[in-house]
Ligand binder design. Structure first.
Ligand code: 5AD
Ligand code: SF4
Length: 441
């Protein structure tokens, strides 16, 4: 196929966005475009945006602003904004940014090639932002434009129907919708054939997988079936929701060898009052009980989480409850955020919004506490033997890095016979703040 030109996809935000960007790259490649070395050189530029916090949204505006001159220099360049901000702003974006050609909604990814062709032929400016009912049309079979030849994401569901009071995702990605089990199995088999050894199943709330399907499926059943696919050595999944996290999933992690011992289970706050205002659907005690069950059945399981500080109405006592919960649970790692008011969400209109300065102070306290807990976990691992999947070069020359089953990065010296995708046993020689050092056993 003759090369039509070049493309560049810039990604902001979560793993879901990263994976969507991979799909867009694959689609553009199939259409005859090749990857540009730099954004300004590309003939088709896609900015895949994130709306989850205001800061992420602002990056889109600065990116778009700096592309104005690229468009003036080369007017035939096609400029696309995709992702959650595109879904929210719709036609408004076309009005505001005259150099923008296409606003591509979250359900319209598969339409990218035909829309780009239309723009190139007719120089139309288009907003494609409809939600579609049939999730199958959102996905290509076995997309495989991955930054890694070893690990791949697999979308198992899209959207979210939880409507946590602070969150924009249900508005930007639509309602929860699961892919069929057969389609997922087919995709994973295809990936295994191409040499992928580790898959990460993606969804906003993977524990709700299959509840919306006419032939009702269970997430633990999906794990069981995928584990029988030869070539796939490790299965991960994210994100889990505490309200739907159940004993069947704990059983699956405990009994299916390929399912890694790591769960990302966002707590968000340690205060029952705040959890209620967030509409999370569980209280702190429910959460403790689930973690206790998990750690009893899978003692080595790593648990990571998300925390929001400064939610409207969060008092000093509420915040102390969060610090106490962090101390009690001792997560392996957390992602923590200052609450960010998002348009259209229930929390936006709540009284007692917290001043920025207070949010900043609270976030710093959370960081300091969690950093010490994470480092302590890493030090506790010194001397232990961990299985690592070799994923790439390490921090130093002649080093490789891999991830343990518990999702921790470990750097180790090459023994001269390692290849990407090997599973090796590594003895942890040093636990650092953000990673581990090890040597091959
Ligand atoms: N403000 C701050 N953090 C948010 N998150 C989602 N919405 C907001 C918001 N409005 C965080 C939650 C979620 C993670 C992906 O992003 O912690 O789990
Ligand atoms: Fe947002 Fe809550 Fe859905 Fe997560 S579960 S995507 S925080 S609405």
């Amino acid at each position: 196929m003759p090369v039509k030109g070049t493309f560049f996809v810039e990604t902001y935000g979560c793993q879901m966005n990263e994976h969507d960007s991979q799909k867009m790259c694959e689609l553009l490649q199939k259409q005859g475009f090749s990857k540009a070395g730099a954004i300004e050189q590309a003939d088709v530029i896609v900015i895949n945006t994130c709306a989850i916090r205001e800061k992420a949204e602002h990056k889109v505006y600065s990116s778009l602003g700096s592309l104005r001159s690229a468009k003036i220099e080369k007017p035939q360049t096609v400029i696309v904004v995709a992702g959650c901000v595109a879904q929210q702003k719709k036609h408004e974006f076309l009005r505001k940014f005259r150099h923008l050609d296409l606003v591509l909604g979250t359900h319209q990814i598969s339409q990218l090639p035909s829309l780009v062709s239309r723009i190139l032929e007719k120089r139309e400016r288009i907003a494609a932002v409809e939600f579609v009912d049939n999730i199958e049309s959102l996905h290509m079979s076995a997309p495989n434009y991955s930054s890694s030849p070893i690990c791949s994401y697999v979308t198992i569901m899209q959207g979210c129907s939880n409507f946590c009071s602070y969150c924009v995702v249900p508005y930007t990605r639509g309602k929860e919708s699961s892919r069929s089990l057969e389609e997922i199995q087919e995709e994973v088999s295809g990936l295994a054939t191409k040499g992928i050894r580790e898959i990460t199943l993606l969804g906003q709330n993977v524990n709700a997988y299959g509840k919306d399907l006419y032939n009702f499926r269970r997430f633990d059943d999906l794990l069981q079936r995928l584990s029988s696919i030869g070539g796939i050595e490790r299965i991960r999944f994210t994100t889990s929701h505490p309200k739907d996290f159940d004993s069947a999933l704990v059983e699956a992690i405990a009994s299916i060898d390929k399912v890694c011992e790591h769960i990302h289970l966002p707590l968000q706050s340690g205060s029952d009052k705040v959890l209620k205002d967030m509409k999370r659907g569980y209280c702190l005690n429910d959460y403790f009980e689930k973690i206790e069950l998990l750690r009893t059945k899978v003692p080595k399981c790593a648990v990571t989480s998300d925390i929001i500080v400064g939610f409207p109405g969060e008092s000093e006592e509420d915040f102390e409850d969060t610090l106490n919960a962090l101390q009690k649970i001792r997560f392996d790692q957390i992602f923590s955020f200052k609450y960010s008011s998002r348009p259209g969400t229930i929390a936006q209109g709540m009284p007692d919004q917290i001043p920025e300065e207070t949010k900043r102070e609270r976030l710093a306290k959370v960081h300091a506490l969690q950093d010490s807990i994470t480092e302590a976990w890493h030090r506790d691992m010194e001397g232990s033997i961990q299985q690592a999947l070799v994923e790439g070069s390490g921090r130093l020359p002649d080093q490789f890095h891999g991830r343990t089953r518990t999702n921790k990065i470990v750097n180790f010296d090459d023994n001269g016979s390692l290849s990407l995708g090997d599973l090796v046993n590594v003895r942890v020689t040093k636990g650092l703040k953000h990673s581990l050092l090890g040597s091959i056993v």
